[in-house]
Design a protein around this ligand. Structure first.
Ligand SMILES: [Zn+2]
Length: 239
């Protein structure tokens, strides 16, 4: 193998390292984490809102019960009023009884209305919290949209670089003998991405081990076009 072919192989290795980095950047992109972070904030906000809505419903239900009670009391009071003034009841004892009931009902109504005010006071901070949550959610949704746009841009950038680098690799492997390329590809998988190493003195630049005397001798004597492997790690050696 001519020196030129070795350089080409090293060039392919650089492209492969770049492809691996781009694939990693695609799969583990900080822009993804940024999206996930906002999504988790939205989930927290949704859970808080659900709790507040439950409180609101409970207070609304209590208020409805009290409203109904006031309405029933008022209905009964106007019935009594009608009886007191339409002349249908004339006995003093009966009139007094009706007046007494009306007074009792009014008293009861005021009591219920006081409780209603208490419920409304409880409802106030709940509604305020609900509004705060709704505002926060709207902001979070805006942020999510921005983060998703960032992610989309980022991934599109990585994809285009990846397509570019893959195309360069396809062109670069063209002149490499099929057997050598197959050996290179297999070594890359088994050796963590680095299949080609320079021989520096007696040391393999891939595993940083010295070649055995026999292997070093052979590496020196083999013709230029022979493929020589490091006897320690198996990498293709550039002599
Ligand atoms: Zn080695």
């Amino acid at each position: 193998m001519a020196t030129e072919a070795y350089d080409q192989l090293l060039g392919i290795q650089d492209l492969d390292v770049h492809i691996t980095q781009l694939e990693h950047r695609y799969a583990h992109n900080p822009a993804r984490d940024a999206v996930a972070e906002v999504e988790s904030q939205i989930a927290v906000n949704d859970a808080a809102t659900a709790k507040v809505v439950d409180q609101q419903r409970e207070l609304d239900a209590r208020q409805k019960v009290l409203d109904d009670e006031v309405a029933a009391i008022e209905k009964r009071r106007s019935e009594i009023d009608a009886k007191l003034y339409d002349g249908s009841v004339s006995a003093t004892k009966d009139l007094l009884a009706l007046q007494e009931e009306a007074a009792m009902l009014l008293d009861r109504q005021r009591g219920v209305e006081d409780v209603e005010i208490e419920v409304m006071e409880l409802l106030e901070p709940v509604l305020a919290e609900l509004n705060t949550n709704i505002d926060a959610k709207a902001k979070l949704l805006n942020t999510l949209e921005e983060r998703n746009a960032d992610l989309e841009r980022e991934l599109a950038d990585v994809e285009s670089q990846l397509a570019d680098t893959v195309a360069k690799r396809e062109a670069a492997v063209e002149p490499i003998p099929v057997d050598l390329l197959a050996a290179y590809d297999e070594l890359r998988v088994n050796l963590g991405g680095v299949a080609v190493a320079r021989l520096k003195g007696k040391t393999c630049d891939g595993c940083h081990m010295e070649l055995s005397a026999v292997a070093y001798d052979r590496a020196k004597k083999e013709p230029d076009d022979a493929v020589v492997h490091c006897d320690q790690c198996g990498r293709i050696l550039i002599r």
